[in-house]
Design a protein around this ligand. Structure first.
Ligand code: SAM
Length: 344
């Protein structure tokens, strides 16, 4: 009952065990969950037996994690999504693959499917003294959805990089695409095919000049090799039947499943495992709208809640350790200069 009263209010960080608190939430009320659960036997957050990560076996860890994950799924709206960030761990000198075991079990349930696995590339990974292993500098962010109707705002994701690229764009050369006109003239194509090829080429040149695409390549029948070693496919059909194809290159506008960011090492945060505000902000922009409700069931020092607040979303954090709840609330009092947190 006490929990129920607490959860009616949004924009709060609740103290408690996630599983118990989530069970009190109504189904399909959350737009987006973003969280970083404790990794298996990695750190002692001082939470005793209820602390996820303190289990003695991998199986028990996965069971606890999945129980909380499926509660997140239940409370997520059909248009919503759930993001879990997990790190791998060496056990007896071998990588455990626990993040992937988790993702496989999550998707096997058929309650969710994986939209993307974004790889976080750490710009300042922890150096380790092991001459027989490379430094671990990546971690996955798994993005799950409940239905094909999930909210996905690609335009707003990493928009600052698009803007940055646009303002630093060099003017395309006057000679752009010229060699293709000559190749079309000499190609063994019908007059109609040549006419269509010239028209498509003009359009591609214009798209580069207008900044809609970065560049392009053209393949002409009898002159260039077929795509994919000649296997059947859309492009080869175009070459065979139209006499040409144009491959548009979007350059940095291609939004990849890779995001670079340093590990947070701010001295003013006493939590030992803070994840990057920058990545969380970008995911919130990608997966939610203003006024949506964002949940973090392993809230820690409140990074997700802070990102949600910055971006005019509502938030709900759950954290078992009262000291971290205090930390999160202190952090949430501050006005963060949003652009300062961006990493370019
Ligand atoms: C990796 S940290 C999250 C850090 C957070 N993303 C941040 O940026 O500060 C995981 C957190 O989960 C909390 N935790 C562990 N078991 C929990 C449980 N059963 N319910 C709620 N929180 C729990 C830990 O106390 C820890 O603060």
């Amino acid at each position: 009952m006490e929990i129920l009263e607490q959860v009616i209010t949004q924009n709060k960080v609740l103290v408690g065990d996630s599983l118990a608190v989530l069970k009190e939430l109504e189904s399909e009320t959350i737009d987006l969950t973003i969280t970083s659960p404790p990794y298996f036997q990695q750190r002692d957050y001082g939470n005793g037996e209820f602390g996820v990560g303190n289990e003695t076996t991998e199986e028990a860890y996965l069971d606890n994690l999945l129980a909380i994950f499926f509660e997140c799924v239940r409370v997520t709206k059909p248009t919503g999504s759930i993001v879990f960030n997990l790190g791998d761990k060496y056990i007896n000198g071998a990588l455990s693959l626990l993040p992937y075991k988790f993702a496989i079990k999550a998707t096997e349930s058929k309650q969710v499917f994986l939209i993307n696995q974004i790889t976080w590339s750490k710009l300042n990974p922890t150096p380790r003294q092991d001459k027989r292993k490379l430094i671990q500098a990546t971690e996955p962010f798994f993005i799950f959805a409940k239905s094909k109707n999930y909210h996905f705002d690609l335009e707003n994701y990493l928009k600052h990089l698009d803007d940055h690229n646009k303002s630093n764009r060099t003017k395309p050369s006057e000679k752009l695409g010229k060699q293709y006109f000559e190749l079309i003239a000499n190609a063994d194509l019908t007059n109609e095919q040549k006419e269509n090829a010239r028209k498509a080429l003009q359009e591609a040149i214009l798209a580069v000049r207008n900044g809609e695409i970065d560049s392009f390549r053209m393949k002409i029948k009898g002159i260039h090799k077929e795509a994919y070693g000649g296997m059947e496919g859309g492009r080869n059909n175009q070459i065979r039947y139209n006499g040409f194809t144009i491959i548009k290159i979007l350059g940095n506008k291609l939004k990849k499943d890779l995001i670079e960011s340093p590990v947070e090492i701010t001295k003013d945060n006493a939590h030992p495992a803070v994840y990057p505000l920058y990545i969380v902000q970008e995911l919130i922009k990608l997966l939610s709208k203003e006024n949506d409700l964002v949940l973090d069931p392993f809230c820690g020092s409140g990074t997700t809640c802070l990102a949600a607040k910055n971006l005019k979303r509502k938030y709900l954090g759950i954290e078992i350790n009262p000291e971290y709840v205090h930390l999160a609330n202190e952090r949430l009092k501050q006005t963060v200069n949003f652009t300062q947190e961006l990493f370019l």
